[in-house]
Ligand binder design. Structure first.
Ligand code: NAD
Length: 270
C-alpha cells in the first residue's frame, strides 16, 4: 500500500521545476494528480510523461490569478475523480524589483500569483478538502525569503504572507474547530515548506549568469550544495501524507542549513 493510493491531489505550477517534481512524487506514491499551470504545452507534456510511466496525471491549463479558472479547474478535478484530498500551492513569481522601483504593477505581478493565487486555490478547494474521508491537506511552497532577509522585497513579503495564512487556516479549519461547530469533517491540515536555493529553470533560464549564481551559492550552503526539486518534493509528500497526521500549521525549511544562523554564511573566524 502506497501512501497516496486512492487519494487525489492538485499541484499548481506543475509544468516544470519544483511543482513537476512534487506531482511526480505524489503520482509515484499512488495519487491521481492534476497538474495545473498556465503554460499549456509544458503542462500537457509533463502530465503525459507521468502518465506514460504508468501514473494517473491530468493536465489542467490554469492561471491561478484567474479565480474563475481556478474554480473551474477544481470543479473539473472533482468531476473526474470524485474527490480532492491534497492541494499543493506551488506557484510563486519573483522579479527581484529594487525597493525604490516597487509600484502597483510589481505588487500585482508578484503578490498576485504568489499569495492571492494561493488564497483563490484554497477557497476553491476547501469544500472538497473538508469532505475528504482521509482528512484534507494543503501544503504551500514558501521560501527562506519569507523567513529572513535575503532581499527581493515584494516576493519575500508575499512568501511571508503565506506563513501567516498557513497558521491562521490551520486553526480555522482544524478538526477541533469544525467539531465545535457541529461538523463531522476531519478538518484540513495546512503546512508550508520553505525552500532555499533550488536548481530549477527559474535560475537556469537566465543563462550562464543564473548557472554561475547557482554554483556560487552552492558553496555557501552548509549542506555543500543547492537543492534539487526532488528534495522539496520529498518534504511535501511527507507533510501531505498520514505520516504527518499530527502536524499542522508548521513551516518546514528545506534549505540545506541556510537558516541555521550566522555560521551558515561560513566560518567568521577565518
Ligand atoms: N527555485 C528556487 O530556488 C526556489 C527557492 C525558494 C522557493 N521557491 C518556490 O518554489 C516554487 C516553484 O519554483 P520553481 O523554481 O520550480 O519555479 P519555475 O519558474 O521553474 O516554475 C514555476 C511554474 O509555475 C508556472 N506559473 C507561473 N505563474 C503561474 C500562474 N499565475 N498560474 C499557474 N502557473 C503559473 C510556470 O509556468 C512554471 O511552470 C515557487 O513558489 C518558488 O517561489 C523556489
Amino acid at each position: 500500500m502506497r501512501r497516496f493510493d486512492g487519494r487525489v491531489a492538485l499541484v499548481t505550477g506543475a509544468a516544470r521545476g519544483i511543482g513537476r517534481a512534487i506531482a511526480a512524487r505524489l503520482v509515484d506514491e499512488g495519487a491521481a494528480v492534476a497538474l495545473a499551470d498556465l503554460d499549456a504545452d509544458a503542462v500537457v507534456a509533463s502530465a503525459s510523461e507521468l502518465a506514460a510511466a504508468g501514473g494517473e496525471a491530468l493536465p489542467m491549463v490554469c492561471d491561478v490569478t484567474d479565480r474563475v479558472a481556478v474554480a473551474a479547474t477544481v470543479a473539473a478535478v472533482v468531476a473526474r475523480h470524485g474527490r480532492l484530498d491534497v492541494l499543493v500551492n506551488n506557484v510563486g513569481v519573483s522579479a527581484a524589483t529594487p525597493f525604490e522601483d516597487i509600484d502597483e504593477a510589481a505588487w500585482q505581478d508578484q503578490v498576485g500569483p504568489t499569495l492571492h493565487g494561493a488564497v483563490s486555490c484554497i477557497q476553491a478547494a476547501l469544500p472538497h478538502l473538508l469532505a475528504s474521508p482521509a482528512g484534507g491537506c494543503v501544503v504551500s511552497i514558501g521560501s527562506v525569503n519569507g523567513l529572513a532577509a535575503f532581499g527581493d522585497v515584494v516576493y519575500s513579503s508575499a512568501k511571508a504572507g503565506l506563513v501567516s495564512l498557513n497558521q491562521n487556516l490551520a486553526t480555522l479549519y482544524s478538526r477541533r474547530e469544525l467539531q465545535r461547530q457541529g461538523s463531522s469533517s476531519r478538518g484540513v491540515r495546512f503546512n508550508l515548506v520553505a525552500p532555499g536555493t533550488v536548481r530549477t529553470a527559474a535560475w537556469t533560464r537566465s543563462g550562464p549568469d543564473g548557472l554561475a549564481t547557482l554554483d556560487r551559492l552552492a558553496g555557501r550552503y552548509p549542506a555543500g550544495r543547492v537543492g534539487e526539486p526532488e528534495d522539496i518534493a520529498a518534504a511535501v509528500a511527507f507533510l501531505a501524507s498520514d505520516d504527518a497526521s499530527w502536524i499542522t500549521g508548521v513551516v518546514l525549511p528545506v534549505d540545506g542549513g541556510a537558516l541555521t544562523g550566522p555560521l551558515s554564511l561560513g566560518n567568521w573566524a577565518e
